[in-house]
Design a protein around this ligand. Structure first.
Ligand code: HEC
Length: 178
């Protein structure tokens, strides 16, 4: 039985080798599989980029005065000429200061009480008002019984006139252009 036992040992050895080779092959295949997967993933096309909405972007035109604004400016023009123009111009100093840029110098919350009763604002100790009053030789600006809306309209008119050297077309021309 010596041959048999040798044969048995050989066949066990062979079987081990086969198993080993098989295992090696399998694991190699597995590795290759992983590697192939990685490569495939790496080569995957990137998720399509969301396209810029440039096609749908609308260019916003700089807004021309809306009908409401134009109406306010026209009303402000008339109010300014009737109440303020004897002492004020927009772009030059007359009796009172040039009013160009007033909406940037002072908020409406200051302008409303000022136009309604400037001496009250001066008397309140408001630094800006006191300094201005002194600069203009303590000359009192008259009080006006204008509504907030009317004063805002005057401010809109002043804004529209800022930096303008030529007189504006008459207000009714603007109104009829609507
Ligand atoms: C009789 C002249 C007179 C009239 C009319 C007059 N103002 Fe004045 N205004 C002045 C004087 C003078 C000042 C300078 C401050 C002071 O001395 O009280 C002034 C100052 C101002 C200021 C501040 C200016 C700044 O640069 O900060 C505003 C705003 C203003 N006036 C608006 C008006 C408006 C609006 C009207 C018409 C509704 C008007 N004023 C009518 C004389 C006048």
């Amino acid at each position: 039985m010596r041959f048999n036992s040798v044969g048995f040992a050989l066949s066990v050895g062979m079987a081990l080798i086969v198993v080993l080779i098989g295992f090696t092959l399998l694991s190699a295949a597995g590795l290759a599989g992983f590697a192939a997967e990685d490569v495939a993933r790496a080569n995957e096309p990137e998720a399509p980029k969301t396209h810029q909405v440039s096609a749908t972007r609308t260019s916003v035109p700089s807004p021309a005065a809306s009908p409401e604004e134009a109406a306010a400016i026209a009303a402000g023009d008339a109010l300014f000429k009737g109440n303020c123009a004897q002492c004020h111009a927009v772009n030059e100093q007359v009796v009172g200061p040039a009013l160009a840029g007033i909406s940037k110098r002072r908020p409406l919350s200051w302008l409303l009480p000022w136009v309604k009763n400037s001496s009250k604002v001066v008397a309140s100790g408001d630094d800006y008002a006191v300094a201005l009053f002194n600069k203009f030789n303590k000359q009192q600006m008259p009080s006006f019984s204008l509504s907030d809306k009317e004063i805002a309209a005057i401010v809109a008119y002043i804004k529209s006139e800022e930096g303008r050297s030529e007189p504006m077309p008459p207000a009714d021309a603007i109104a009829s252009a609507q």
